[in-house]
Each structure stands twice: as C-alpha cells, then as structure tokens.
Design a protein around this ligand. Structure first.
Ligand SMILES: Nc1nc2c(ncn2[C@@H]2O[C@H](COP(=O)(O)OP(=O)(O)OP(=O)(O)O)[C@@H](O)[C@H]2O)c(=O)[nH]1
Ligand SMILES: [Mg+2]
Length: 288
C-alpha cells in the first residue's frame, strides 16, 4: 500500500477536547471498557487512549464480532490473554456477549469488588466506555442501560460524555470516539476506512474499494466470498481495478458509453463489506 506517501491527517478540533474530557472523567471511574472493531483490533486501538487510561483496570470488547471471522477473533482473545489483557468477543446485535462482559468485568475489578464488600459499600461500578469513532460504544451502552444513547452508522455521533445507569450495579460513561491524530502507516488509515471508522469524504471511495479487493484476493476463502457475492470468478493476481469494473458491469452500473460507473460500484462494494454482506471477514490477524 506504499505507492503514495501521504500522511493521512484527520484530527478535528473536537477530538482534542474529547481527550481532555476523558482525562478529567478518569478519576470518576473504576474501569475502562475499550471497544474495538473485531475485524481490525490493531487499527482500532488508539495509542492515545491506551496511554491516558493506562492506570485503570481494562476490558477490551472486540465488538462487531458478528461481522468478523470467528476463528480469528478467537485467536485475538488468546493473543491478549497471553499478554495478561482481558479481551472478549462481543456484538451488539446478539445478546450473548453481556454475560461474558459481566464475568470479564468481575475479573478485572476483582480487588475493587472485594474491597467494597469488606467495607460494606454498595456502590455501582463506574465504567468508562472508550474507543475510536463508530465502533459501537453507544450501541454497547444501549444493550445494558435503562435509557438509550444515540446510535448511527457514521463516525462522530456521540458529542460529549454522558452517564447511563444500568440497573443498580453499573454506571456507564459514554464518550465520543477518539481517532489517532495521524497515521504514519497508510494501511491503518485504509483499514479504518474499510470498517467505517473514518468519514467517507476523507478518502477516495475507489481507492478504498481497490485496496479492499486487493486484500480479499490475498485469502482464498475471502476471494471465494467475493466471487459468490457477485457471481463472478477471479484469480488472486487479477487487477483490483479490473475487478471493480467487472462487478459494476455485472450489476449494470454503467455510465454513458457503456463503461462501468466505478465510483458507484466502489461505493456499493465498500458499503456491502461494511455491512457484512460479502461475508464474515477479519482484516487483521495477530502476528505469532
Ligand atoms: N453488525 C454490527 N453492527 C454494530 C455493532 N455494534 C454497533 N453496530 C453499528 O455500528 C454503527 C455505530 O454504532 P454506535 O454505537 O453509534 O458507535 P459509537 O462508537 O458510539 O460511534 P461514535 O459515537 O460516532 O463514536 C451503528 O450503525 C450500529 O448499529 C455490532 O456488534 N455488530
Ligand atoms: Mg456514540
């Protein structure tokens, strides 16, 4: 992906403010629930968040696991476990994750819970929910909370910190997404675009679809998913742009003169990937 050497910068002013607010609120919470996208656990980890929340007990939720390759999500959980980090698979569409989350939280807050018990303190545990934009922080809160947070499929929906109670035992703090200030590594930027963590207007849609297809061709199973979705056959060394043209032609997405409307086709491919329509696909795997 190193053809162009641009450093992608997208650090809107409100993100600096968000960071400050997170730091201010940290003293109020017992633990941090960090939401990541199960398809891209590396690129959806914000080193800034990690640094400012480093002293708090932490549980990582690999969210949107319904869109990821289950076997790879499992690998990630083991990878983190080996590092002594508690991570669980989660998805806000099913309800199965909640039990795991509660168990995981008890594990990371064992000392605190013990202490409270000894002192006879019956206080709700306070959890700050953090993560990059659009990973499902508010959706996660909505699964547990008594009142609902605003959720939309675009980055930047939550604007300020807001508390939500979840029964008597839990208080959850919703926070706006914080993105890395810049990416030296273009791959990170591209992976964030594949999954919808960055606004589409920031990157060129055709470029996103091009690299997405290039990635899918590197794995035979993913290549087959692409073939099945668009009823075409591809070779792993086919040109990705060519594939976009063929998919568009197949779907009748044409412009005057009979050429493929590559812009529209690219958007369709990117949208279908994001929605999991092409298949359960993980973009990042742990390096062992
Ligand atoms: N398939 C799937 N979609 C999810 C899941 N969790 C959240 N979403 C969708 O992802 C989109 C973003 O969800 P939000 O909860 O608004 O994300 P957020 O992290 O609060 O986003 P910001 O407030 O913009 O930072 C919405 O369209 C959700 O429906 C999940 O586990 N699986
Ligand atoms: Mg939100």
């Amino acid at each position: 992906m190193g053809e162009q050497h641009k450093v992608i910068q997208w650090f809107p002013g409100h993100m600096a403010k968000t960071k400050r607010k997170i730091i201010e609120s940290l003293k109020l919470v017992d633990a941090v629930a960090e939401i990541r996208d199960a398809r891209i656990p590396i690129s959806s980890e914000n080193p800034d968040i990690l640094e400012i929340t480093a002293n708090k007990p932490r549980i990582i939720l690999l969210n949107k696991s319904d869109l990821a390759d289950n076997a790879i999500t499992e690998k990630w959980i083991n990878y983190y476990a080996e590092k002594g980090v508690k991570a669980i698979a989660f998805d806000c569409k099913g309800k199965n994750g909640i039990k795991n989350f509660n168990l995981g939280l008890k594990e990371v807050l064992k000392e605190k819970i013990e202490k409270n018990k000894q002192k006879g303190i019956k206080k709700a545990l306070r959890i700050m929910v953090v993560g990059i934009p659009n990973v499902g922080k508010s959706s996660f809160i909505n699964l547990l909370a008594d009142k609902k947070a605003k959720v939309e499929n675009r980055p930047g929906v939550t604007r300020g910190n807001q508390w939500f109670s979840a029964g008597n035992d839990l208080l959850l703090l919703d926070t706006p997404g914080v993105l890395w200030p810049k990416f030296e590594d273009e791959t990170v930027g591209m992976h964030l675009a594949f999954t919808g963590a960055v606004k589409e207007s920031i990157l060129n849609t055709e470029e996103i679809a091009f690299y997405l297809i290039k990635f899918l061709l590197t794995d035979n199973t993913y290549k087959e998913m692409l073939e099945k979705r668009y009823s075409l056959t591809f070779n792993s060394d086919d040109d990705a742009y060519d594939i976009i043209c063929r998919i568009g032609a197949k779907r009748g997405m044409l412009v005057k003169g009979g050429k493929t409307d590559t812009e529209r086709t690219s958007k369709m491919i990117a949208d279908e990937f994001k929605a999991g329509i092409i298949g359960k696909i993980s973009i990042e795997e742990p390096k062992v």
